[in-house]
Design a protein around this ligand. Structure first.
Ligand code: NAD
Length: 328
């Protein structure tokens, strides 16, 4: 199949593009190489995708460009079967500083992708949404019916984008799916996230730094599970028009996570605490029964298994990955 992965030089899009190329699909990646974190990680992801294609019957093309460029989108979508729309300004804290940019990329960019997809009559658009749409928990775990009350411009942008995704399905009959990812981690993860930071510091003999008191909980999802559910959507229309939670259901509080990483690497280290950050959700916990029912989705890693795998990967790739880790 001919697949377009927007944001395919990033963490999640990089894994999707690699897997699709390895399975023999023709993959085009559209990414503007946004300097949100070190460009070298994105260049590495592009190399991984090219290598995967060279080892299979698939192909891989990288196009540097922005989802705000509607003529480029029209051109790229002409021959596309399925769009995996991952491009976005990720990161809650960046969104607090740059709300208008987040709207331009995440909301307007999504409408642009949807509109080009509608004109080109593509088979499906799969949109990367986020657990940030929920914001304040009225009950946990969140099911998809839980009210959306985001606590950051990022979360608000994902609510708006999701609504456009749904409306393009309802009004124009465009097959669309929104996947609400719950904090994703794993090899080549964004180097400005808690897990990469904890591992980096512990391996260098420094205490991991926890924002706030560490009682905030997260449903950390291993990237291989994200890749698998996206792959399922290559061949099923069961979830068209739907919005689905994609999490691990194995919730952990951030302090316990820091202790787990610390105990695995160097139990003699302390834990350091610093101020809580604005816009961070207090708790995320996914009810994934809808994805289970429609897509046979089942998370395969507990947080401890996933963290162990990530630490192994980190040690093997430490020479090039560690210099990219932010705030460590
Ligand atoms: P990422 O920053 O690694 O990847 C996003 C990619 O999109 C980057 O390579 C960036 O250069 C590109 N991009 C940004 N703006 C663009 C634009 N205007 N035009 C073209 N390309 C653009 O982030 P990620 O963690 O891989 O996230 C992928 C998607 O999943 C995003 O939509 C994000 O909001 C969503 N998501 C991620 C997580 C997570 O924990 N990583 C959780 C929930 C949702």
């Amino acid at each position: 199949m001919r697949l377009l992965v927007t944001g395919g030089a990033g963490f999640i899009g990089g894994h999707l593009a690699e897997n699709f190329a390895r399975e023999g699909h023709d993959v085009t990646v559209l990414d503007n190489l946004e300097p949100y974190y070190d460009r070298r990680l994105k260049e590495h992801n592009i190399d991984v995708g090219r290598t995967a294609a060279s080892e299979s019957d698939g192909s891989y093309e990288f196009v540097e460009g922005n989802v705000t460029d509607t003529s480029l989108l029209d051109e790229l979508l002409t021959d596309t079967d399925i769009v995996y729309h991952q491009a976005a300004q990720a990161g809650v804290r960046t969104s607090v500083d740059h709300p208008k940019k987040v709207n331009e990329y995440n909301v307007v960019g999504t409408v642009n992708v949807l509109d080009a997809a509608r004109k080109a009559d593509v088979d499906r658009v799969v949109h990367a949404s986020s657990s940030s749409v929920y914001g304040k928990p009225e009950y946990l775990p969140y099911d998809e019916e839980h009210p959306n009350e985001p606590v950051s411009p990022y979360g608000a942008s994902k609510v708006a984008a999701e609504q456009y995704v749904r409306v393009y399905n309802e009004i124009y009959g465009l097959p669309t799916v929104s996947l609400r990812y719950f904090t994703v981690y794993g090899p080549r993860m964004r180097p400005n996230m808690a897990i990469s930071n904890f591992v980096s510091r512990c391996l260098r003999g420094k205490p991991p730094v926890v924002y706030g008191d560490g009682t905030q909980t997260r449903d950390f999802t291993y990237v291989a599970d994200i890749a698998r559910v996206n792959e399922t959507l290559l061949s099923t229309s069961e979830a068209d028009g739907e919005t689905l939670n994609i999490g691990s259901t194995d919730t952990i509080d951030v302090l316990t996570l820091a202790e787990t990483v610390r105990d695995t690497i160097d139990p003699s280290l302390d834990i350091q605490f610093t101020d809580r950050r604005e816009g961070d959700a207090e708790h995320t916990h996914a009810d994934v029964s809808k994805a289970q029912r429609l897509l046979d989705y089942a998370p395969t890693r507990s947080i401890r298994e996933g963290v162990d795998e990530f630490i192994d990967w980190y040690r093997e790739n430490r020479d090039w990955y560690e210099p990219l880790v932010v705030n460590s």
